[in-house]
Structures are given as structure tokens and as C-alpha cells.
Design a protein around this ligand. Structure first.
Ligand code: DHB
Ligand code: FE
Length: 286
């Protein structure tokens, strides 16, 4: 049976890729952000996950405004990156785990989620930057990419993304192979890249979201998408990916670490690390 050991929420700003390529991790601008990752590295070294399920949004590399699936899941054994025009190096390909992908797809479609299944899928900075941050030595785990539309309105609701995460979590726990799974949600937190409010950041709302993600994630489902745009910025809606990540954590969730730093590029940059312990284990320990 696959076991979900923990979750990570992380920003995916493309310029992080340039900072990594240029070795700028210790520059004064970048250090407070990169300092958020050693706790994640230690958790990974200790827990040794086998596979990562990544909830993120595609920014036009794979899907564009003309055809935009609400939810898409990759079912490939390799996911390539291509030049997205951000001036960052094209990333190496990420390995996949197609059998696990198909199991998840079967289960979540069975539960009523109408998934676009992708036997070929490119992954953009929303996947490759978090992989580079979490596995800086390049020893990336095989991934299952889950793409959530946070770009072309109408977007799926907070509740729907949370429920998708829960369905993925259930699918993982019914997978027969003995795998340790890390779930990742990328993007956010508050940011707006264009329009009158370009550069908008909302520390209070970000803090509330991070607090409630641990304590009471369902309380966040009361925000409509227009409210989320208002409070988090037009691109801050990427928090939907974090909601799905949190939904997949089905056990007892505790926050092991949090880093919040303003700004990285136009974004309030955040990293959170959650541990997910099976409920039965907690009863035994008590
Ligand atoms: C930035 C943030 C994003 O989420 C993104 O996808 C691209 C750019 C930024 O702040 O520069
Ligand atoms: Fe983004």
C-alpha cells in the first residue's frame, strides 16, 4: 500500500531557475528564500520518499487558453520541459510512474472527476523549479504531475480542488505497491503579474491561508474565486494547487516548517513542510 508521508507547498517563480543556474543561492536577495529548503532536504533524507505527486498549473507550455483542461493528470514515464521564454535554462526531463498515474486516474474518474489524461505531457517551471529546489543534487523522484487550471476562467473552486486532492489521497492509499509518496503543491502565494494591481502582495491573507491549511483547511473553501483573486491577486489563485496538496494528506497533519519571504520577483514566496502521519499510528502512540 502506498503511504503519503508528507506535503510541501512551494512558490515556483521562474527566476529561481536563473538564480540556481548562476549559483546565486547565497546572494543577499536570494539567501532568505533558499534558506527555506534545508529543512525540506533533511525531511526527504530521513523519510526517503519513492515518488512525488505534484499539483501545479501549466502556464501555456502544454495547454493554452484555447484548450484548457480543468484537471489533467500525466500518465507517462517521462515529462520533458521546453523553453518557455523566461530566459532560464531548459530543465532536464522528469521521470514518471505511468502505472501509478493510471491507478490515480482510474480511481478519481471513478469518483466523478472528469480528468484529461495525458500520455504525453510537457512540464513547465511550476514543476521543474520545485524539483530543483527540493532535490538540488538532481536526484529527482519519479513524478505524477496533476495540472489544475488556475489560468483561464472559470477556475475550479477551492472546495473542488481540495476534494480532488482528497480523491488523489484515497487513490494513493489504495495502490498495492509499497511506495512512500510526497505530495507537492506549487505556486502562490499572493501575487499579481499584470494590470493595475501588478506587484500586489497580501501578507495577512497569506498568513491566514498557511495557518488554516494546517488547522482547518475546509474553512478556506468559503472563499469564492473572485474573492481569492481580490485577496491573493490574479496569479495568487495558484493557491488552488496548495489546497489540492493539503487535501491529499489524509492522516494527522502537522506543520514541521514554514518560510515566508517578500518578494521574490513579484511574488510572496512561501515554503511549507507538512508531515502526514497515519491516524492509527497516532492512536498507537497515544
Ligand atoms: C512569477 C510568478 C509566477 O507564479 C509565475 O508563474 C511566473 C512569474 C513572478 O513573480 O515573476
Ligand atoms: Fe505561476
Amino acid at each position: 500500500m502506498a503511504r503519503i508521508i508528507g506535503g510541501v507547498g512551494t512558490t515556483h517563480v521562474p527566476s529561481i531557475g536563473k538564480a540556481i543556474a548562476d549559483g546565486k543561492q547565497n546572494d543577499p536577495y536570494w539567501k532568505p528564500f533558499f534558506d527555506g529548503f534545508p529543512p525540506v532536504h533533511r525531511f526527504i533524507a530521513r523519510e526517503k520518499p519513492d515518488v512525488a505527486v505534484i499539483f501545479s498549473n501549466d502556464h501555456g507550455l502544454n495547454f493554452f487558453l484555447d484548450k484548457m483542461p480543468t484537471f489533467a493528470i500525466g500518465a507517462a514515464n517521462e515529462y520533458r520541459n521546453e523553453d518557455e521564454g523566461w530566459g532560464i535554462p531548459v530543465s532536464r526531463a522528469a521521470k514518471g510512474n505511468a502505472p501509478l498515474s493510471w491507478h490515480i486516474i482510474n480511481e478519481v474518474v471513478g469518483e466523478g472527476f472528469d480528468i484529461t489524461m495525458c500520455q504525453e505531457m510537457l512540464v513547465d517551471h511550476a514543476v521543474t523549479i520545485p524539483l530543483q529546489l527540493m532535490w538540488p543534487m538532481g536526484d529527482w523522484l519519479p513524478i505524477v504531475p496533476v495540472a489544475i487550471n488556475t489560468v483561464q476562467h472559470p477556475l475550479p473552486s477551492m472546495a473542488r480542488c481540495y476534494e480532488l486532492g482528497r480523491a488523489v489521497g484515497r487513490a494513493l492509499t489504495s495502490y498495492p505497491d509499497d511506495l512512500k509518496v510526497m505530495v507537492i503543491g506549487t505556486g502562490g502565494l499572493s501575487h499579481q503579474l499584470d494590470g493595475k494591481r501588478a506587484g500586489f502582495i497580501n501578507r495577512d491573507f497569506d498568513t491566514l491561508c498557511m495557518n488554516q491549511l494546517v488547522a482547518d483547511p475546509e474553512s478556506l473553501t468559503r472563499y469564492s474565486i473572485p474573492q481569492l483573486v481580490e485577496l491573493a491577486g490574479a496569479q495568487g489563485v495558484e493557491f488552488l494547487n496548495w489546497m489540492a496538496m493539503r487535501g491529499a494528506l489524509s492522516g494527522t497533519v502537522s506543520e514541521l516548517y514554514r518560510n515566508y519571504h517578500i518578494p521574490i520577483s513579484n511574488t510572496a514566496a512561501a515554503t511549507v513542510l507538512f508531515e502526514n502521519r497515519p491516524r492509527a499510528e497516532r492512536r498507537k502512540a497515544a
